[in-house]
Design a protein around this ligand. Structure first.
Ligand code: NAD
Length: 453
């Protein structure tokens, strides 16, 4: 019997049904993965590199197919979905260079030589949320495979289609059976089994902070390695000396991209008090200019929210009591549509300011000076991302160092490049993904002393 029926969030039509993986099937997959991993790790590094390059090529040939799957399953605008599929290819290409660069050290010691090896962990479980189904999966599986591990990937319940297709593409590319398996299913079944199964040696979890804490506690039982990429409530800090026109024109895209379902969304705009009113005047046309509509149209910039459950949650943050400054547009009719919304909260403790909304809702608040800007930016349990707008390079650096966050951008809103590290401070996470060191995060360092006596 199928366990979940997938709904197209743009028109509420039924897509297809998916049968969920059982605990027994997870256990079979772990056994299969353990044996595939031993053979994979024993291959010559250049052969593992070539296999990953082939996987990248195969994904590259399937970009249109993957992108349209994401449009239908997740409601992502087609231009964004094409970028996401291309990003998976690029991440695979980047880490295909890693197998031949898993370089240990030679350490000077008395009586012999001392060398270190970066040994693969074995089987890695990757648990992914629904907001960026294929890109976040690739951040886990590409470096893990490159380091010589097998990977079990659990997509989110609502958005498994691109992950399932990537599993097939891996086989088409010639990756060995069992090395990379995609197991759709429930978090409290498949996800929890990754945490509890002693054969899974690391869990890479991306999702909510509440579930991440459970995953971390579960991993502690076996002293199992864990990476956590969790929630965010990032600040977009705009000083009076900045290019205010550019800051206002770009601010909507820093929070409303992917309909705000982005852990890096700059969902708190903080503006220096002297330019607060002027900034709001400039922000209004920018918000109203965001093209919200059918995800299949090339010009669409923002699609629907992912599900009925999620739109109900996001709606709870915009009530009759909310001070709404202005809103953008959204289609009427079927689909989980929510217009871009700008709130002017009365207090810094308003739940729209403190809680991750994960939808197209942003707050705008004034600050008095640099110290106040840093204090407000840091007044959160989260610390994932953020932006700083100023023409003063010294201030840009001071504020960048002062904000407790893993990924900051100055006079821009970029957060994710596959070649640079990504991850959060505080309750936004633990560990880093991407960048030059990601493959070694899927290894244990082994030290060997060889006596010359
Ligand atoms: P979620 O925590 O509900 O689910 C994430 C994944 O965990 C899903 O695959 C789910 O099935 C699984 N899961 C649920 N319960 C589990 C359990 N008990 N054990 C193991 N796995 C379990 O999160 P979501 O609603 O899918 O995603 C939204 C959240 O993800 C937001 O908070 C967002 O900020 C966060 N996120 C963080 C990053 C980042 O890199 N920091 C990136 C994207 C999303």
């Amino acid at each position: 019997m199928p366990d979940i029926t997938l709904i197209n969030p743009a028109d509420e039509t039924t897509l297809r049904t998916i049968t969920h993986t059982t605990v027994e099937e997870v256990d079979d997959a772990v056994r299969h993965a353990m044996s595939a991993q031993r053979a994979w790790a024993a291959l010559a590094p250049a052969d593992r590199a070539a296999a990953l390059r082939q996987f990248a090529l195969t994904v590259g040939d399937a970009i249109e197919e993957l992108a349209w799957l994401e449009v239908r399953n997740s409601g992502h605008p087609i231009s964004q979905a094409r970028w996401e599929a291309g990003h998976v290819r690029d991440v695979l290409n980047y880490y295909s260079a890693a197998p031949e660069r898993m370089i240990g050290k030679t350490i000077p010691v008395a009586g012999g030589i001392d060398v270190t090896f970066l040994e693969p962990l074995g089987v890695v479980g990757v648990i992914v949320p629904w907001n960026f189904p294929m890109t976040i999966a690739a951040w886990g599986f590409a470096p893990a495979l490159a380091a010589g591990n097998a990977v079990l990937l659990k997509p989110a319940e609502w958005t498994p289609l691109t992950a399932l297709r990537l599993g097939q593409l891996a086989l088409d590319a010639g990756l060995p059976e069992g090395l990379f398996q995609v197991l759709p299913g429930r978090g409290d079944v498949v996800g929890e089994r990754f945490v509890a199964h002693p054969g899974v040696r690391k869990v890479v979890f991306t999702g909510s902070t509440a579930v991440g804490k459970r995953v971390m506690a579960g991993c502690a039982e076996q002293v199992k390695a864990v990476t956590l990429e969790l929630g965010g409530k990032s600040a977009n800090v705009i000083f009076a000396d900045s290019d205010l026109e550019k800051a206002a024109a770009t601010a909507p895209y820093a929070v409303f991209e992917n309909a705000g379902q982005d852990c890096c969304a700059r969902s708190r705009i903080l503006v220096e008090r002297s330019v607060y009113d002027r900034f709001l005047e400039l922000l209004e046309p920018a918000v109203q200019g965001v093209r919200v509509g059918s995800p299949g149209d090339d010009g669409t910039e923002m699609g629907p929210l992912v599900s009925k459950t999620h739109i109900d949650r996001v709606s709870s943050f915009v009530t009759d009591d909310s001070r709404v400054a202005f809103r953008g547009s959204a289609p009427s009719g079927p689909g989980f549509w929510f217009p871009p919304t700008v709130l002017l909260p009365e207090s810094r403790t308003d739940r729209a300011v403190t809680d991750e909304i994960f939808g197209p809702v942003v707050t705008v608040q004034p600050f008095d000076d640099e110290a106040d800007a840093i204090a407000q930016a840091n007044d959160s349990v989260y610390g994932l991302s953020g932006s700083i707008w100023t023409r003063d390079i010294g201030r840009a650096l001071r504020v960048s160092r002062g904000v407790e966050s893993g990924n900051l951008s100055v006079n821009s809103h970029s957060s994710v490049r596959y070649s640079t590290p990504f991850g959060g401070f505080k309750q936004s996470g633990l560990g880093r993904e991407l960048g030059p060191d990601a493959a070694s995060a899927f290894t244990e360092t082994k030290n060997v002393f060889i006596s010359t006596d």
